[in-house]
Design a protein around this ligand. Sequence first.
Ligand code: B12
Ligand code: SF4
Ligand code: SF4
Length: 392
Amino acid sequence: MRTSISSAAKPERPARRETLRQMIDREAARAGFEAVAVTRPDSIPLAPERLRQFVAERFHGSMEWMEETLERRADPRVLWPEVRSVIVLAMNYGPDHDPRDLLAKRERGAISVYARNRDYHDIVKGRLKEMAGRIASRTGEDVKVFVDTAPVMEKPLAEAAGIGWQGKHTNLVSREFGSWLFLGSIFTTAEIEPDEAEIDHCGSCRACLDACPTAAFPAPYRLDARRCISYLTIENKGPIPLEFREAVGNRVYGCDDCLAACPWNKFARVASEAKLIARNDLREPRLADLLDLDDAAFRALFSGSPVKRIGRDRFLRNVLVAAGNSGDAALVPRCQALLDDASPLVRGAAVWALSRLLPGPELGELASNFHETDASVLAEWRAAMPEKAAIA
Ligand code: B12
Ligand code: SF4
Ligand code: SF4
């Protein structure tokens, strides 16, 4: 039976003749997980073909690692032939407000809920390791832990274990926590009785599909990552393609719109793990302050946060797109200063931001005072001022 820890009584000390499953439930609660369930490694027979189709259609964009790890990712038994059971764990990171409220504050940057404090990879992985160590000492069996970056299809496995179901937005939804769960897993050679899979509770709802600002769902349950703002602002290393820049709005890291639109969030609860509750300075940071970040200030502000992973230049690219969408002329001097930045990615985004904030003649005057040599930045100038095709 799948265990929802928050609604079950939390056993404080081991019962006298505790079964392995009771021990796993107790350890999961102790480690701060809100749900734990078990499945077999062969429980996701539809996933491999769907993953192959996703990659064949190039929906993964520049995430080449999805292609490279395809066979291992598609089947836990290819990743680790000895695995007999998969223990799936979920940690709630529910926000204390609707993250979409921030989208109307155009002079502020929206950092997605999952990234407003400590990096969940560090938190979840550390706790999984502790738990796995205890399972290994009790059973004498082998264990391996995975969270996010390993080639494991965490969502279908979580659905097969009964933690929730994959909604039409493709993420795992839970009747108890809505869309706001991080997933991790412990693979083990121990035989553990599996739980029952969860069934789909989406029905005729399509709120998440309609909420997507970039129409990233070609069909329910299918995501073209290349159109997703999460991909565009986090995984994508180059400029954000022109066609999506307006839709990015003020989202400077990730996107929560489809998650937040889900009606099952009415059952969501605020995260109980303090390290996952938004830091005050990352709730609605001013674009003006973010535009001032040099490398050292960026590292200091995002120390321990997942945002640090994309580096200052990619982050500034996102902030400049948000600045261009802000309509806030007070940001012009800061954007202008970034035309001299060492990074062509930043300079190119600064050109776009200024093209949106300045009247044509002023932009033209700026252009004539700049001696740009990088091809990608010159392309931004040309796109910003097609009438001045002479910029070469
Ligand atoms: C690659 C990746 C991304 C990519 C691609 C996302 C995607 N949907 O594939 C990008 C960068 C866009 C991304 C974004 C986000 N991600 Co991400 N991401 C991953 C990662 C590493 C792999 C996902 C994967 O395997 N994709 C490949 C596709 C083919 O698999 P799938 O999504 O399971 O697709 C299934 C459906 O499409 C379904 N399907 C296909 N056709 C059909 C037809 C029918 C009828 C049905 C029923 C089903 C169906 O079958 C497929 C296989 O099960 C996982 C971690 C992991 N190791 O699993 C985290 C993960 C999915 N991400 C996570 C999060 C939090 C996010 C964001 C919310 C972050 C943010 N706020 O910006 C967004 C959400 C965007 C979204 N709507 O998905 C969490 C989700 C937790 C949860 N509750 O589900 C995960 C699990 C990380 C974690 N450990 O917690 N992510
Ligand atoms: S995260 Fe945002 S951009 Fe990506 S699919 Fe969801 S709503 Fe669309
Ligand atoms: S918003 Fe509706 S369709 Fe989308 S995951 Fe939630 S219940 Fe399913």
